[in-house]
Design a protein around this ligand. Structure first.
Ligand SMILES: NC(=O)c1ccc[n+]([C@@H]2O[C@H](COP(=O)([O-])OP(=O)(O)OC[C@H]3O[C@@H](n4cnc5c(N)ncnc54)[C@H](O)[C@@H]3O)[C@@H](O)[C@H]2O)c1
Length: 320
């Protein structure tokens, strides 16, 4: 049940660019958060976005949206960090580049070093949700800077929704009827768990067989669409924003309402020595328990390889 009362229903959004604004809009539309505070190093921008949405508050009367500074996050239950350079500005829009979003790490670590200590000082109890790319390494950086484990990386939740949608559309079912997960990294090493993908309990692969659809081609096409969904969107409107906005608003209501919902997000995983995305039970304290979905040997090896790359990539930033 959602606890709609009190200060715990307050969320902060740090970074009010395309993604931050979309998160605020989605949170206002869902109307299951009591107060949204927008923080940006460009205060005029945060103020303008807040003012714009403020005029619609009568249509979403439970929600107050305002701009603020870190002190205004004092009693927030969570803060989403979405500040930093995006894929287009950071040159991460080449489909053949194996580094992908990891190209943004250097620049965005500097942004996190600026933000996280101030956030933790102002709101030591708040769960930190990381949306800035690349989110898994940045969640490790945030954990290091914050000195606590209440860090949720939005991770592969969006990739998993895209995976489900592309399977659903091709097979003519509603997307929420597909159970399928992308795990590991919100990036080029992400692993698509075809072996556990199911519709109504039936393995997707079996349903394909029954309909005489060739698995290899189906798989290649779906993975291609999901892996490059962000670049396709960026080519059209300059930034991928609305999908992640809806995802972060959902994560926020799950945390604030202590819903114990299950979806793939990232958290520090001692087994891998780094943050990886896996289906997790999420509640007021962030990730409560990480689940282990069924995986084929290839999928497990892909996850191990991806985690090793993430661990190595972020390692040099954690020792400084
Ligand atoms: N996780 C995902 O699925 C996903 C999806 C889309 C985008 N992203 C990522 O989200 C991030 C934001 O993307 P965007 O398109 O909104 O970028 P944007 O350029 O539109 O906005 C970034 C905002 O961050 C602010 N900012 C920068 N440094 C700051 C600091 N130190 N303190 C406070 N505010 C600061 C800027 O003023 C700007 O308003 C990027 O890293 C992007 O790649 C992630």
């Amino acid at each position: 049940m959602l606890a709609m009362e009190g200060k715990a229903m307050k969320m902060g959004i740090i970074g009010v660019g395309s993604v931050g604004s979309a998160i605020a809009m989605a949170a206002a539309s869902r109307a299951r958060v009591r107060e949204v505070v927008l923080v940006d190093r460009n205060r005029a921008r945060a103020k303008a976005v807040a003012t714009d949405m403020h005029y619609g508050e009568a249509l979403s009367p439970l929600v107050t949206i305002r701009d603020g500074d870190y002190v205004d996050l004092a009693d927030a239950g969570l803060a989403v960090i979405t500040a930093g350079i995006n894929e287009k500005a950071g040159g991460a829009t080449d489909r053949s580049d194996p580094a992908g979003r990891l190209r943004l790490l250097d620049a965005n670590v500097a942004v996190f070093r600026d933000i996280v200590p101030r956030l933790v000082k102002a709101a030591p109890q708040a769960v930190i949700v990381v949306a800035t790319d690349p989110p898994e390494p940045l969640a490790d950086v945030a954990r290091h800077l914050a000195g606590h484990d209440r860090i949720v990386d939005a991770g592969t939740y969006l990739d998993s929704l895209r995976f489900r949608l592309h399977i659903a559309e091709r097979l003519g079912v509603g997307p929420d009827s597909v159970e399928a997960n992308v795990v590991g990294e919100h990036g080029t090493s992400s692993v698509f768990l075809w072996s556990s993908a199911r519709i109504g309990g039936m393995p997707v692969r079996e349903l394909l067989g029954r309909r005489k659809i060739e698995f290899a081609t189906f798989r290649k096409d779906v993975e291609q669409d999901v892996r490059f969904a962000n670049i396709t969107i960026i080519e059209g409107i300059g930034a991928s924003q609305y999908g992640i906005g809806m995802v972060c608003a959902r994560i926020a209501e799950v945390i604030l309402g202590d819903e114990r919902a299950v979806f793939p997000v990232g958290s520090y995983n001692p087994r891998f020595g780094t943050t990886v995305s896996l289906p997790s039970i999420v509640g007021r304290q962030g990730v409560i328990e990480v689940l282990e979905p069924e995986m084929s040997d290839d999928e497990r090896q892909g996850l191990e390889r991806g985690a090793a790359r993430l661990r190595e990539t972020v390692g040099k930033y954690l020792s400084r």
